[in-house]
Write a protein that binds this ligand. Structure first.
Ligand SMILES: C[S@@+](CC[C@H](N)C(=O)[O-])C[C@H]1O[C@@H](n2cnc3c(N)ncnc32)[C@H](O)[C@@H]1O
Length: 199
């Protein structure tokens, strides 16, 4: 895992913060189809969405409704950028802004984003990348077969929380080993491109 820490001034537009914007751009440069369900005015991804209709996102749905609609359209993406509100207070502010009440269910799903992440799991290609931003490093996680490949901590000084940026990919070695019931080492040997493929 690559780990870096840097300092930069905080911004309400996460990707306007230079090192974070550069982190996202590096992955976008390698991507053919990308999805950003909380994009605000950032028009970098192929599919953009933000609950707030006053943003430049192409769609204005609750993020899980937006992701479900992409699943229904059989969209597959090699990059998902996931930059949701970081606190319940930010979440309430976004909801109030669009005249939506924060329900008990909203407070329960907040921060976990379980159903959102399950939908992302269906949208990402096998070697797709998940970028997650927040005050924790709980991305797709091991249970969904992912592992962190890059971690960037951006300190904002004073009493501010760091912005934690992670990149995750599926651990295909473990998945393959589990599926066919072989050891991790043998599974690695079966992965394409390692020179061990049968002639
Ligand atoms: C942290 S900001 C994203 C900032 C963006 N990445 C940027 O660099 O400017 C989170 C965004 O999510 C939107 N939002 C909040 N709750 C949402 C929800 N349930 N579904 C979709 N969008 C939501 C907010 O309106 C806000 O613009």
């Amino acid at each position: 895992m690559i780990i870096n820490r840097t300092w930069a001034m905080a911004s309400s537009e996460t990707f306007s913060c230079k090192p974070i914007g550069e982190f996202v751009q590096r992955y976008l440069a390698e991507s053919m189809v990308s999805i950003d369900p909380f994009s605000r005015n950032r028009e970098w991804a192929t599919y953009t969405n933000d609950l707030d209709p006053n943003t430049t996102a192409r769609s204005h749905q609750e993020a899980s409704e937006f992701l479900a609609s992409l699943v229904n359209q059989n969209v597959k993406a090699d990059l998902v950028i996931f930059d949701p509100p970081y606190s319940l207070e930010q979440c309430s502010r976004s909801y109030k802004g669009v005249g939506r009440k924060v329900t008990m269910r909203d407070t329960q799903i907040f921060g976990r984003w379980t159903s959102h992440k399950n939908l992302v799991n269906r949208l990402l290609t096998p070697d797709g990348v998940f970028l997650y931003f927040g005050w924790n490093s709980n991305g797709m996680g091991k249970k969904r077969g992912f592992e962190i490949t890059e971690l960037l901590l951006v300190s904002h000084g004073s009493a501010h929380n760091d912005t934690i940026c992670i990149a995750e990919k599926r651990n295909l070695e473990v998945k393959l080993g589990e599926t066919v019931g072989i050891s991790r080492m043998s599974a690695t040997a079966l992965l394409p491109g390692d020179g061990n493929e049968p002639a």
